[in-house]
Design a protein around this ligand. Structure first.
Ligand code: SME
Length: 160
């Protein structure tokens, strides 16, 4: 079993570089996308503090379908363009939401969630999935978190 112990004194860029490198190593030898997404969700859970949900939604048949995750059971299907996740796919842009209650159309899967970060995973120019992080703390995520999870998305895109 892999157990990663991030240094709590690391800067965010260093933490996310280590997370991306660890994730790339973890998925590098495996071609099953479910296994890889499950391991990456577990790795995010270990590395990134103050989360209540971390995982994947996949673009399947023109909608988002729940993928491997850590946290409470969540909404299974999300139409493209709806919620924070559907907006990330429709716009192709990372969504950094300091207060989910102020985001029009936010889908509340876990009432504990206060802020959210959603990053598209692209293969070529096509968005194939999103990485979704929820936190119980308002304004938990900043630009450094967004850049870090975008780095992770690039590192694992071919394997999910
Ligand atoms: N809040 C998300 C739905 C997924 S849960 O956070 C796990 C959204 O609005 O798309």
């Amino acid at each position: 079993m892999y157990h990663f112990t991030p240094d709590p004194n690391q800067s965010k860029p260093d933490l996310y570089r280590e997370l991306a490198a660890s994730a790339a190593a973890l998925v590098g030898g495996e071609r099953d996308p479910v296994a890889n997404m499950a391991n990456v969700a577990a790795l995010i859970w270990q590395f990134v503090p103050r989360l209540n949900w971390a995982g994947f939604y996949r673009v399947v048949g023109g909608e988002l379908v729940l993928g491997p995750f850590q946290g409470a059971p969540a909404c299974i299907r999300i139409p493209l363009g709806q919620g924070v996740c559907g907006t990330a796919v429709a716009s192709g842009e990372t969504q950094l939401v300091p207060d989910v209650h102020a985001f029009p159309g936010h889908i509340a899967c876990d009432t504990a969630s206060a802020s959210e970060l959603v990053v598209p995973v692209r293969r070529g120019s096509v968005v194939v999935a999103v990485i979704d992080l929820d936190s119980p703390d308002l304004a938990r995520f900043d630009a450094a978190d967004a850049r870090g999870i975008e780095l992770l998305a690039v590192a694992i895109a071919a394997a999910v």
